[in-house]
Ligand binder design. Structure first.
Ligand code: IMP
Length: 194
């Protein structure tokens, strides 16, 4: 028996719903996407702020438990940019990568990290828990690999000697910021009592 028969994932992305549902079985029976009619603006100034805002709003709108994540790429030499603006750094993945590589031209400190925060909200909008995952890496000077999405082709993971775009989805989940935040949420559910 799942601990929660149903929950909402504050996202319209069917792929993300499937990924989260896979990780959160057997605790959540059915994870449903946010209806297309509900848009939640990411107006907070931190990953945790945006994750909580999205989870709380979705929970209150739907009168159900809700999960939300917020993630992005934090580049040391750019004082944390693009950070919470990672999705808005350009119109397409290619443009976002191009902009980042342009801003990093001639920069020798290539250190970066992906961060993901997940929030779980009760039906009244109060936050039950937040979890965080981080993955350290370096920004390459040119893309490598065909897999993944977003900044994956320019994000080199030294511990794996590959970019995110050169990993299989399973390999990426084992080291990624999102995989680690989800793993911590799974650990929370092991002792969860709604
Ligand atoms: P969010 O949907 O507001 O969490 O925005 C996340 C944005 O950060 C995405 O649109 C990507 O640009 C970037 N991002 C987050 N996670 C990843 C990842 O695993 N690989 C590549 N880019 C990512």
């Amino acid at each position: 028996m799942p601990v929660l028969a149903q929950a909402i994932l504050a996202s319209h992305n069917a792929g993300k719903v499937k990924e989260f549902q896979g990780w959160l079985q057997p605790w959540i029976g059915e994870l449903l996407p946010l209806p297309a009619t509900i848009e939640i603006a990411e107006t907070a100034d931190s990953f945790v702020g945006n994750a909580c805002l999205k989870a709380a709003t979705a929970a209150k709108e739907m009168g159900a438990w809700a999960i939300a994540d917020d993630s992005g790429l934090v580049v040391h030499a750019l004082q944390g940019a693009p950070g919470i603006y990672s999705a808005r750094y350009g119109a397409t993945d290619a443009e976002r990568i191009e902009r980042l590589l342009r801003e990093m031209a001639g920069v020798s400190d290539r250190a970066a990290e992906f961060i993901c925060v997940i929030a779980l909200a009760r039906p009244d909008g109060t936050i039950a828990v937040t979890t965080e995952g981080r993955c350290a890496g370096e920004i390459l000077t040119a893309p490598r690999g065909q897999g993944g999405f977003g900044y994956d082709p320019i994000f080199w993971v030294p511990s794996q000697q590959r970019t995110f775009a050169e990993m299989s989805p399973t390999e990426k989940q084992q080291v990624s910021h999102r995989g680690q935040a989800l793993q911590r949420l799974r650990e929370y559910f092991q002792t969860f009592n709604p």
